[in-house]
Write a protein that binds this ligand. Structure first.
Ligand code: 5RP
Length: 232
């Protein structure tokens, strides 16, 4: 438990109010998304009929445990609504850095297939510049990771291979992650494109132009932000 958990829970509860019976839901990953799944589990136990596409094995396990029915892209080509967390949210555009939990690739696939993508955060995640508090996670193939690291340096990044239990962290898809610091991210869309054009990069944790809304919880209450405006 962290001292931000009551805020994460409040943002999650507000976001789940957008869920309607019969929806195909994208299920996010991370501690805030876990509160979303917990709340969905309660509603499913009360009779809500939804199916979910999980963005990680961790999330799939939690959803199954709570009785939330899971489905796949083989059965449903589109997702009605995805609710997921973020590591940073850029004020105004609502562009994101995600992937602190290592699920960025599946999270981006799920977000891209969603009619609506709602992000849940506490107010500490709002920033004036992406990369202010966290590096940008970049998922890369294991093969040639050293060459990909050199290419990321040529893009102006300082890549650090993510570790877990004394060895390189491997994603659900078996890839590695570089946590990559950039001196200044002036144009997140341009950086996202340049990263995706780098051979060996599978995807990055920059989510540009994808947020439909961000539900932000602070000690003052819960706000719903839309791209380009701040709307309650
Ligand atoms: C996982 C993610 C998470 O959404 C992000 O790291 C935020 O996590 P938390 O809600 O635990 O702060 O992108 O890959």
């Amino acid at each position: 438990m962290s001292d931000r958990d009551h805020l994460k829970r409040a943002a999650a509860a507000r976001a789940v109010e957008f869920v309607e019976p019969g929806m195909v839901l994208g299920l996010g990953t991370g501690s805030t998304a876990a509160f979303v799944i917990e709340r969905l589990g309660q509603l499913v136990a009360q009779g809500l009929d939804v199916v979910g596409i999980p963005s990680s094995e961790r999330t799939a396990e939690m959803a199954r445990h709570l009785g939330i029915r899971l489905t796949t892209f083989a059965e449903h080509g589109r997702i009605d609504l995805t609710i997921d967390g973020a590591d940073e949210v850029l004020r105004g555009s609502l562009d994101l850095v995600k992937g602190g939990g290592g699920a960025l690739l599946r999270e981006k696939i799920v977000a891209a297939a969603s009619d609506r993508f709602i992000v849940v955060v506490d107010d500490e995640k709002l920033v004036d510049r992406l990369g202010q508090h966290v590096p940008v996670p970049v998922e890369v193939t294991q093969f040639g990771w050293q060459a990909t690291a050199a290419a990321l340096e040529r893009l102006g990044g300082r890549p650090e291979l993510r570790q877990a239990a004394g060895r390189p962290f491997a994603t659900d898809g078996g890839n590695f992650i570089f946590d990559c610091r950039f001196a200044s991210i002036d144009d997140p869309g341009r950086l996202e494109c340049r990263l995706n054009m780098t051979v060996g990069v599978v995807d990055s944790g920059l989510f540009v132009g994808r947020s439909s809304a961000v539900v932000v919880a602070s000690e003052r209450g819960v706000d719903i932000l839309k791209p380009g405006q701040g709307v309650r």
